[in-house]
Design a protein around this ligand. Structure first.
Ligand code: ATP
Ligand code: MG
Length: 771
């Protein structure tokens, strides 16, 4: 039985209740962390349905990450049941993709467009810049890409920029030219990048008022979570959606946010959107929430102490009825391994003494690269864990190659992906042949695929290359047939088999290739899962889902086996960057790597604005904790094989000392020498800065198979002892016989003969038991 309107209000405090019931004007809810903003949104939606003020199809709820969207859908489903199916509950990006696919015809677009991620984008921008003979040292493609991204977020298109750029500034001139060429190539490739998704919908609405009106008529209630992180394009999109149309009343808009949690300025987020809401919507009602329901007083006091050091912020009163709770625990590791060891020991101890489950624990760090030392230790002690951050898996070469094939099958005009796979695996189509085809395409205004079909006309093409190209074209045609006739999973399997990609990896003696094979197997599992969940789904639909798995998102469900049952009951430890942690909560939180130059980030230390953003990030991290908070750092970290020493982060020092119980304090090292200082900044900038340069956190490279990294497979505590001739059982390959052993310790590789063939397995990770 679904709750009625009255039941939905039970348990809310008076301000929350007012926000849930409010009607008739735009509504702004501003409040600190854990005060129930997201809860108010979900209850408000349920209340709209219960009081018949809205039908499910009239609701558009927007969150910041796919994970947050899935969680919101779950919470709403718990309140309103099946009816949640007809609501749009999604990220800005997913909603926009949906709109663009539906409206593609209106604007003369092809609805099977590709979505380029930041790596694809950078590749194409590099190509365009090369074509313009720009010196990559003077005009780094990365810098150009990030400028173009910023322009798109500001809704400045290539033509507007071309007419407003200052041409006496060489960089602006370069950006203007590349932006133009890039936009042109994207149109030819029938592709959009991430920033386009939002901007193009805005342009669509502005150019076709009838289309805009159809959405205004449809969405009578628009609700946006984490409004403090919207950028200008998203802001305008919301205005377009909720604006008055021909004979249409403006939709009811609800936004919730916390300016202290604005952490995406580097992607163009603008807190002014929240600060100036009342100016933009003069009849808006503003409601403040002041009771925190998430954390203990100790945690809240610590978080408030840190954030209160930021200048120019209105003081918030946030209180909790939860009581003081446990003290914060502090630890200073001698190095990153010692820090990791402490964390693993503590999790172990809490499991024993407080029946804590691994799923209750989250470990946060500033940049992805820092997860390595923690992961290594968790694997060693056999604590199941997952790393949240979708790019990691999908950024791997073999996964990108396989997806590139699939993208080409759906959209043969997708030149970036087409060129990626042209000679992958090697099939005798070299650079010269590729350029000859590109020249033909240019000369005869053909798409790259069409030019491939006429390769014999390409100037300077060797006969041998003509044959290789013809074979490639035939391969793509055959695969396209499979994709059209038999669906996504069949297409992927055909790609892996018919291209010879898998065979090449299987023949390799490199253990890393073994793990590549496992990753591809994982991808096949992902497609199968997609087909199971979307019986009507197409290959295009699958690719779209993959494209939208943004960095903040991927928490895969464990598969249905022994390890999964364990994981379901006990959960697994969650590792993620602070950016990813937004909106989430955990009973136990470890905030790690609290070092000056790591967090706050090296680059932010000299810039007051950036330092303020780092501090907000610290506030987000601290306020994820419900009962227990750990603050850890290490005295040294190795960078490029050398130990670098770091002093404590100022964020630790800003936490009142009496709240922290130190388990190990820093040893009295001589003060940070200037020599080290220089080194730390020289290396620190580029190494730890990787995440910021591309505008999104960068994946850490790990040799652990995906299944292990995601905590699906219980990692071995130690390498199993085997001798040649032993009978073993593998969880996917079945029973087999050990043929040979190489290496020692955790590098031992066994060659095993299974029914499916011979395999080389790195014993440290292989799910293998001795019979
Ligand atoms: P953040 O700023 O981190 O996004 P938030 O303001 O969105 O936080 P929620 O996640 O909605 O906060 O709520 C924090 C926790 O408090 C959740 O566990 C939620 O269920 C709980 N909570 C919120 N309001 C109430 C209430 N009135 N009674 C009981 N629990 C509540
Ligand atoms: Mg929230």
């Amino acid at each position: 039985v679904l709750p009625d309107a009255q039941e939905l209000l039970a348990g809310l405090n008076p301000q929350q209740e007012e926000a849930v019931k409010h009607a008739g004007s735009p509504l702004l809810i501003i409040a600190g962390a854990g005060s129930g903003k997201t809860r108010v949104l979900t209850h408000r939606i349920a209340h709209l349905l219960a009081t018949k003020r809205a039908r499910p199809g009239e609701v558009l709820a927007i969150t910041f990450t796919n994970k947050a969207a899935a969680e919101m859908r779950e919470r709403i489903e718990a309140l309103v049941g099946e009816r949640a199916r007809n609501m749009w509950i999604s990220t800005f990006h997913s909603s926009c993709v949906r709109i663009l696919r539906r409206e593609a015809k209106t604007v003369g677009l092809n609805s099977n467009f590709s979505i380029y991620d930041s790596a694809d984008t950078l590749r194409l921008i590099t190509l365009v810049a090369k074509g313009l003979d720009l010196d990559p040292k003077r005009f780094a493609p990365k810098a150009i890409a990030s400028r173009i991204s910023a322009l798109k977020n500001e809704l400045i298109d290539e033509e507007t920029y071309a007419s407003t750029a200052n041409y006496s500034d060489p960089f602006q001139q370069a950006v203007a030219e590349v932006y133009k060429g890039y936009a042109e190539r994207m149109r030819q490739a029938n592709a959009f990048d991430f920033d386009d998704l939002i901007a193009q919908v805005v342009y669509l609405f502005q150019a076709f008022p009838a289309v805009a009106d159809s959405y205004r008529r449809r969405f009578r209630h628009v609700l946006v979570d984490e409004y403090q992180d919207t950028n200008h394009a998203q802001y305008v999109l919301v205005r377009e959606l909720t604006g008055a149309g021909e004979d249409i009343e403006p939709a009811e808009l609800t936004v919730v946010g916390d300016s202290d949690q604005s952490i995406y300025a580097f992607r163009g987020a603008d807190v002014r959107n929240i600060v100036e809401f009342e100016k933009d919507y003069p009849d808006a009602r503003t409601i403040l929430l002041e009771q925190n329901y998430r954390s203990t007083q100790t945690i809240l006091t610590a978080a408030n102490a840190v954030i209160s050091k930021n200048p120019d912020r209105p003081e918030k009163r946030l209180w909790t009825a939860e009581g003081h709770g446990a003290k914060i625990i502090g630890y200073v590791g001698e190095n990153e391994h010692d820090e990791a060891r402490f964390i693993a020991n503590e999790i172990d101890r809490l499991q024993d003494t407080e029946q804590l489950r691994p799923g209750d624990v989250a470990i946060f760090y500033r940049t992805n690269a820092q997860s390595r030392s923690i992961e290594d230790l968790l694997i060693r002690v056999g604590l199941p864990y997952k790393v949240v951050g979708g790019t990691r898996f999908y950024e791997r070469k073999e996964i990108k190659d396989a997806l590139a094939y699939l993208r080409v099958l759906v959209n043969p005009d997708d030149v970036v992906n087409l060129r990626r796979i042209l000679n992958e695996p090697k099939r005798g189509i070299g650079d010269r042949a590729e350029y000859a085809v590109a020249a033909l395409a240019e000369r005869d205004r053909l798409s790259f695929m069409e030019a491939l079909r006429r390769a014999e006309d390409a100037p300077g093409m060797a006969t041998r290359s003509v044959n290789s190209v013809a074979a490639f074209v035939k391969l793509i045609d055959d695969l396209t047939e499979v994709a059209n006739g038999s669906g996504a999973a069949a297409a992927l399997e055909a790609v892996l088999e018919q291209t010879g990609y898998l065979a090449e990896l299987r023949q390799s003696n490199d253990p890393q290739d073994e793990s590549r094979v496992e990753n591809l197997a994982e991808l096949v599992a992902v497609v199968r899962e997609y087909e199971r969940d979307n019986p009507e789904g197409s290959l295009g639909g699958f690719l779209e889902q993959v494209s939208l798995v943004a960095d903040a998102d991927q928490i895969p469900d464990a598969p249905d086996d022994e390890g999964a049952r364990l994981a379901k009951d006990q959960g697994v430890v969650t590792l993620m960057t602070l950016h990813t942690a937004k909106g989430l909560e955990f009973p136990v939180v470890f905030l790690t790597g609290l070092e000056h130059g790591v967090f706050p980030h090296q680059r932010a230390m000299a810039d007051a604005k950036e330092l303020a953003e780092e501090r907000r990030l610290a506030y987000v991290g601290l306020t994820r904790a419900r009962q227990r908070l750990y603050l850890t750092r290490s005295e040294s970290r190795s960078l490029w094989g050398q130990s670098q020493y770091y002093p404590a982060s100022q964020f630790i020092e800003e936490v009142p000392a009496d709240l922290i119980d130190w388990k190990r304090e820093g040893s009295r090292r001589p003060a940070f020498t200037s020599q080290e200082n220089i080194r730390a900044s020289r290396y620190g900038g580029s190494h730890w800065g990787a995440g910021r340069a591309t505008g999104r956190p960068v994946a850490s490279q790990s040799t652990a198979p995906a299944a292990v990294r995601q905590g699906r497979v219980q990692p071995q505590k130690e390498v199993i002892a085997l001798t040649v001739g032993d009978q073993v059982s593998h969880s996917s390959f079945g029973n087999g016989t050990v043929l040979s052993l190489e290496g020692a310790g955790d590098k031992t590789v066994a060659k095993v003969k299974f029914g499916v063939g011979e395999k080389r397995l790195l014993l440290r990770y292989a799910p293998l038991t001795k019979l």
